[in-house]
Design a binder for this molecule. Structure first.
Ligand code: SF4
Length: 133
């Protein structure tokens, strides 16, 4: 098997289990705080480097809620600087104008909003968070 023909073109990476919503259906079993088991920044940066040496896929930073990570913009900009195309999968609830600017500045090219479709809340998003549905 030639490895060159099987390089990844798209990688979804669950960078944290932390999330502020904790939807009942969440397969990430999201916790309200960032998990102590989340990969430390230095190791995460190293993984990004290794990925970029293998191929230059689209990398989707997901979770949990990726914006729970205080180093998420550092990871995104490092991935961009390594030549990866960076996307962010977020529930959107933590996105302020300032955060939106940081998302853009860190090189994220696509934002996947997981809880809404066509401007309406996705009925599958059954959060335990008061007032969220
Ligand atoms: S918003 Fe997404 S990551 Fe957060 S609890 Fe809901 S399904 Fe899980």
């Amino acid at each position: 098997m030639k490895f060159d023909t099987h390089k990844p073109r798209l990688i979804f990476w669950e960078v944290t289990k932390g999330c502020n919503l904790r939807c009942v259906h969440c397969r990430a079993t999201a916790t309200e705080l960032s998990s102590p088991n989340d990969l430390p920044k230095t190791k995460a940066l190293n993984i990004i480097k290794q990925i970029s040496q293998l191929s230059l896929p689209i990398i989707v930073l997901s979770g949990g809620e990726p914006l729970f990570r205080t180093d998420i913009f550092e990871l995104a900009s490092y991935a961009r600087d390594c030549g990866l195309r960076v996307a962010l999968a977020t529930n959107g609830t933590l996105v302020t104008q300032e955060i939106a600017r940081k998302i853009v500045d860190s090189g994220v090219r696509r934002v996947l909003h997981q809880s809404r479709r066509s401007g309406r809340r996705d009925p599958r998003c059954l959060s335990r968070h008061p007032g969220s549905v």
